[in-house]
Design a binder for this molecule. Structure first.
Ligand code: ADP
Length: 261
């Protein structure tokens, strides 16, 4: 259904007003469509872990006799509950971001400390999964930003690199500086990302065909959407690419602090 107003076809004030109104209606329709899609996708994502929980409970009530079987069932339910919880947290965060209620601070932040802390936090997990983490020279310089949110960006990228890289692989973390910006580059020796998906992986709920990427922990499909939103709020960019030698590379570029302007 086209809700736009008929264009009188005259290039006068009324014509221009109709054009403006049509553009506004178009934008509202797009926003409404996006909201509908988001709600539908979110419900779909919640249904699958809930169905697993229901099924596990039914099977356990009927068949699990030994304490070991019951424990295994409880563990499985626990994992699904964790999944629902992280999905709920991510959804809440994006809803707040959409409504403009999320306040970003703009304080001087040393990005290298964030990178260091996040690498340290992820090392045990990488080790457990047989991955080597290589960190290049860190560049201590200040950008203006929100420390908490920047931690989240680096955390999401590292977590993906670890999640999608097969045992024996490497996760590489580097920093670079351009005259106006500071970069954090997270690469891995995993399967990389199909060229046609390089843009779409930043969309909410979008995941590359799971049969092409073996993953250790199911995600929500929201991590990169959140990271991209945070980086955009910082007037920076977040890009995905494939390394010529294989594996994915994510580059965060953030403008240097006011001291350099
Ligand atoms: P998820 O929770 O599924 O990891 P993200 O938004 O973080 O969601 O990522 C979206 C999709 O991008 C992932 O499902 C995966 O298909 C792809 N992806 C992200 N990081 C990598 C990576 N380092 N290597 C390969 N594929 C990746």
């Amino acid at each position: 259904l086209d809700r736009r107003l008929p264009h009188p076809g005259v290039d006068d004030e009324i014509g221009r007003l109709v054009d403006t109104l049509n553009r506004m209606i178009g934008r509202l329709e797009n926003a409404f469509e996006a909201m509908k899609r988001f709600t539908a996708d979110a419900s779909h994502e919640l249904r699958s872990p809930l169905a697993t929980i229901r099924n596990t409970i039914d099977v356990t009530l009927e068949q699990a006799r030994t304490p070991q079987e019951q424990e295994a069932a409880l563990r499985s339910v626990g994992e699904e509950v964790d999944r629902i919880r992280s999905l709920a947290e991510d959804l809440l965060l994006l809803a707040r971001a959409d409504s403009g209620r999320m306040v970003m601070q703009a304080r001087p932040v040393d990005l290298a400390f964030i990178v260091e802390a996040q690498v340290e936090a992820r090392l045990p997990q990488a080790e457990e999964w047989g991955l080597e983490v290589q960190v290049g020279p860190l560049i201590h310089d200040e950008i203006l930003g929100d420390e908490g949110w920047l931690h989240q960006v680096v955390s999401n990228l590292l977590s993906n690199a670890i999640k999608y890289t097969p045992r024996g692989g490497k996760v590489l973390v580097d920093m670079a500086r351009t005259p106006q910006a500071l970069q954090v580059i997270v690469s891995d020796t995993g399967p990389g990302i199909p060229e046609e998906d390089l843009e779409r992986i930043f969309d909410r709920f979008y995941r590359v065909d799971p049969s092409r990427t073996r993953t250790r922990a199911p995600g929500t499909g929201l991590g990169l959407a959140i990271a991209a939103w945070v980086v955009a709020e910082h007037h920076g960019t977040l890009r995905a690419a494939n390394r010529p030698e294989g594996g994915a590379t994510f580059t965060v570029t953030l403008p240097l602090g006011a001291a350099h302007a």
